[in-house]
Design a protein around this ligand. Structure first.
Ligand code: ZN
Length: 211
């Protein structure tokens, strides 16, 4: 489970000095009694560590329409918030939601009370659907934009040769009729065409082209 534990606790194999140690057993909370196995020479030995040792925390990280489950090491007394950045297997991801052990969605929690962290990768553009309603006929497109882009209800947006105003948003968790949402949590932007020449931003170059 905890390979490379030595990196965190400066623990070394009592025979060969390697820091690649695997925890076979762990007892206790404040101070832990560990049964360790050296990955280099196979030596099995006991060690008592004071305080925190990192634990495996479950992360569901999304990338476009797909999500994958993985585990990352975090200290049990660390507090996480929505919006915090995590290193997920060498890639930057942002926390979008936290589920605690009581099954609730919270915006902040200490690591030892977390069941699952929901995150999205930051190193890729966000993929968002756009639906523009021409009185029943819907024009649908997908765009790829900077995950930090904020869609605000009322924004006037250009896309190709149309100009529309955003009238609602669908995020991962709810439908919004006012306010704003960042692209990395937005599933779909709903708009209506308007007769305007001025616009706040242009999504034309962000439209994904169909095959
Ligand atoms: Zn060893």
């Amino acid at each position: 489970m905890f390979t490379k534990l030595g990196e965190y606790n400066k623990m070394k194999c009592s025979i060969c000095g390697s820091e690649s140690l695997e925890v076979i057993k762990s007892k206790g909370k404040k101070s832990r009694e560990l049964l360790l196995k050296c990955e280099e020479c196979g030596n099995i030995f006991r060690e008592i560590v004071e305080g925190n040792i990192p634990v495996d925390c479950r992360v569901v990280v999304s990338e476009f329409e797909n999500s994958s489950k993985t585990f990352i090491k975090l200290y049990p007394d660390e507090t996480l918030h929505n919006g915090d950045l995590l290193d997920v297997n060498g890639r930057l991801a942002e926390i979008t939601s936290i589920e605690n052990k009581r099954g609730g969605r919270v915006s902040t929690s200490q690591v030892d009370e977390i069941e699952t962290i929901w995150a999205s990768y930051k190193d890729i553009p966000a993929r968002v659907g756009i639906s523009v309603d021409y009185g029943g006929r819907i024009l649908s497109e997908k765009v790829e934009v900077n995950p930090d882009l904020e869609f605000t209800i009322g924004d006037v947006v250009k896309m190709g040769n149309i100009i529309f105003r955003i009238n609602s948003l669908k995020t991962q968790e709810r439908k919004l009729r006012k306010g704003f949402a960042r692209a990395n949590v937005t599933k779909r932007v709903y708009g209506r065409p308007i007769d305007e020449k001025r616009f706040k931003y242009d999504l034309t170059s962000k439209v994904l082209h169909h095959e």
